[in-house]
Ligand binder design. Sequence first.
Ligand SMILES: Nc1nc2c(ncn2[C@@H]2O[C@H](COP(=O)(O)OP(=O)(O)OP(=O)(O)O)[C@@H](O)[C@H]2O)c(=O)[nH]1
Ligand SMILES: [Mg+2]
Ligand SMILES: [Zn+2]
Length: 283
Amino acid sequence: MKNGIIVKNISNQYDCLVDNEIITCQPRGKFRLDKLTPLVGDRVIINPETKIIEDILERTNELERPRVSNIDAGIIVTSTQIPALSLLLLDKQIVLCESNGVEPVLIFSKLDLLNDNELKDVKETMDYYQSIGYKVFANSDKENILKYLENKTVVLIGQSGAGKSTLINMLDETKNIETKAVSESLGRGVHTTRNVEIHVVNKVRIMDTPGFSALDINKIEPTELRHYFVEFSKYPCQFRDCVHKDNCNLHKAVLDGLVKKERYEDYLIILEECYESRSKLFK
Ligand SMILES: Nc1nc2c(ncn2[C@@H]2O[C@H](COP(=O)(O)OP(=O)(O)OP(=O)(O)O)[C@@H](O)[C@H]2O)c(=O)[nH]1
Ligand SMILES: [Mg+2]
Ligand SMILES: [Zn+2]
């Protein structure tokens, strides 16, 4: 028996990383009876002779989309140009990570396409996210990215064309994952990457996932959302279950310029979406 990590799944075949070697295995029949589906990211015990996955170790966490487990960080790749920078999308992706108990790490791409003024704005934005406690990198900052992610299993998050596959290729020059120019006529790319797969890049295990743009934030309770905007906790609100729409300490912190107005506005937009999906649920 050997310990391994599932790094790839195509139908009922699971590629397991065992001592730096890939062994393609099938799950035990019993898993199906127990309605247990092995996931990419699972730590497993396999029999190298029969090539059967005998056991799945307890998961530290489990994401629904992409369906993966044991994630140490979500690498949110944000394009600053083509596709255009969307901080609302970034804030939604941060909420998605926070609500799943996964640390978001912010990586900005395509800074090389910006003019000086745009670059200055983007750097200010990056500084703000850093100031509220997140790790923030430019995708060209290879050394520091690798240092921070060493020995972690991370999942890439970001819209199509953001530069996720490119990032993996940048972090490890021996990798040559398919990338595709963003279709400019459509203004957004076609998803180039389809399967969930873990790439071992130096000492980082990275999942290149199908990029998604529509997000599952609809399961979040409106009163829960505020916890996923981490800087809000610095300004405790005097009301219980308050969603901070007006006349409270948090709202005042926004007016006083202590909380970035754009973040608060994104919060209100996402809050409305949470209410909307709830009302659909009860229809
Ligand atoms: N100039 C510039 N181009 C970049 C950068 N990062 C990515 N690109 C380009 O952007 C395009 C899309 O990059 P991909 O890495 O394929 O994007 P992706 O996020 O993997 O997209 P999907 O697989 O479709 O989800 C490619 O043409 C890349 O060469 C960057 O930092 N600067
Ligand atoms: Mg890709
Ligand atoms: Zn409040």
